[in-house]
Structure formats: C-alpha cells, structure tokens
Design a protein around this ligand. Structure first.
Ligand SMILES: CC(C)(COP(=O)(O)OP(=O)(O)OC[C@H]1O[C@@H](n2cnc3c(N)ncnc32)[C@H](O)[C@@H]1OP(=O)(O)O)[C@@H](O)C(=O)NCCC(=O)NCCS
Length: 225
C-alpha cells in the first residue's frame, strides 16, 4: 500500500500515464473496436447508442464529460497524449439520436514485472519477466444516460481491447471509497478484487480502493474447466 506523499504522487503520475525514466510508446493497432449499436429505445427513444474508438475530434466532448461527471480533470493535451499513445484503449459511447458523446472510458498499459508464482507464455520475448498490465484511467457516463448499461458496455469494450491488443496479465484501477456505483460496476460486473486501500489518494483527502482483475489467470482457469 502506498502511504507517503512521494509514493502518492508517483502513483498519480502513473495513473496519468507519466512514469519516471520509462516512456513507452505503442504503435497504433489496426484492429477496430466493435461499432455495433445497442438499441435501448424501449427505455427512451433518445437513448440508443453505439460504442466506438475515440478520435482526436472527440477530445472536446471527452473533456466536457470528464468535467461534468468527475472531480479528477485533465487538460486537452493529456487527452491528446492518451489517444496518441493508446488509441485502441480510448473508447466513447455516442448517442444514435444526435451523435453527441454520452460516455467515455480511457485505459493505458505499461510493462511491469510479472506477478510471482504465475507463469504464462511471455508476450515480450526479450523481457521474459515482464508482462503488460492494463489500467483504467477514467470512465464516465453522462448523468441522464446512467443505469442503462453504458458503463458496463464501455468497460467490456475496454477489457476486450486490453486482451486482444496487449494480452495483458491483469487490469487495475483506483476508485473513491465512497463511489458505490462505480465500485459495484467493477466488483459485481467484472470481478475486480480489492488489492489495497490507498490513504489520502485524492486531493480532497478521500481514500482510494485499488482494485485488480487477473484477466490472464481467469482466462487460463476458464480454459482448464
Ligand atoms: C460509474 C458509472 C460509469 C456507471 O455507468 P452506468 O452507465 O450508469 O452503469 P451501468 O448502467 O452499465 O451499470 C453497471 C453496473 O454499475 C452498478 N451501478 C450502476 N448504477 C448504480 C447505482 N445507482 N447504484 C448501485 N450500483 C450501480 C451496478 O453494479 C450495475 O450493474 P447491474 O445493472 O447489473 O446492477 C457512472 O455512474 C458514472 O459515470 N459515474 C460518475 C463518474 C464516475 O464515478 N466514474 C468512475 C470513476 S472510478
């Protein structure tokens, strides 16, 4: 668990994709994120939407959604850098009614030392002790569209990209301790498990839950069953 200020800052920088001494760049992948439409018009005719990969033209809307729905806000440059670095991990939900963005999810990957006692075919042959780890950096759904499955769909699409594009060992994320909706999404819909409580993680002093989902291990267990 991270407890001192230096570790907190390092953790926050890592959350934003900024790592001291290690700058990773990945070539944009050619694989497309599913663009299938989900029709939930039985709930509200204005609430059908589709999920797709974000483009740089979406950045003003992503920034708007981020400002409207979360206290952790980022600059346009931050979003540009994210989309350039991990284009397949920048996902948006778009209203079919007026093409307005109604949600987004941003992820990143980094190379980390593999978890002890866990073996699999390395995705990084020249660095066999290293594995890709995914991290969900930010996700939000516009208030009036919540509770319709959009958050779940964004997370599922992001996970598919983590696995298809990077074959990640696992995915981590931070969530405010009092954020019941998001914690429920991660733990009940996707089996994220509590790894630690990070004291004073947020600027207002709220603790964060560091959650982790061992994607690769789950896949291996499913294959053995
Ligand atoms: C968290 C958030 C993205 C969920 O988006 P959403 O589109 O409303 O979520 P979904 O409709 O797909 O619901 C998925 C799951 O989330 C949980 N959930 C959603 N709304 C909930 C609520 N009001 N109370 C409790 N759990 C809730 C449930 O587990 C739900 O699964 P279920 O439908 O099988 O019960 C959305 O609430 C949001 O944008 N919140 C503000 C931003 C934020 O907190 N982001 C997370 C930062 S870590």
């Amino acid at each position: 668990m991270l407890s001192n200020i230096g570790a907190r800052i390092a953790s926050k920088l890592a959350d934003m994709g900024i790592k001291r001494g290690l700058s990773l760049r990945f070539a944009p992948s050619t694989a497309l994120v599913s663009n299938r439409s989900v029709d939930i018009r039985e709930i509200d005719p204005h609430k059908s939407y589709s999920v797709r990969r974000a483009t740089t033209a979406d950045i003003p809307d992503i920034k708007r959604l981020n400002l409207e729905n979360l206290p952790e806000n980022y600059t346009s440059e931050f979003f540009y850098r994210f989309l350039r670095s991990w284009p397949e991990l920048s996902i948006v939900a778009e209203s079919s009614h007026d093409r307005r963005l109604i949600g987004y999810a941003l992820g990143r990957v980094e190379l980390r030392r593999r978890h002890a006692g866990f073996s699999f075919q390395s995705q990084v042959p020249h660095m066999p002790s290293m594995a890709y780890q995914g991290h969900v950096t930010s996700i939000a759904v516009s208030n009036k569209y919540r509770g319709s499955g959009i958050g779940k769909r964004l997370m599922k699409t992001l996970h598919d990209s983590f696995i298809d594009q990077y074959s990640v060992e696992g995915v981590s994320l931070h969530v405010r301790q009092r954020n019941i909706e998001a914690t429920s999404l991660y733990r009940h819909c996707f089996s994220y498990e509590l790894q630690s409580v990070v004291k004073d993680y947020y600027d207002d002093g709220e603790d964060a839950l560091l959650l982790y989902m061992a994607v690769k291990q789950q896949q291996q267990q499913q294959q053995q069953q």
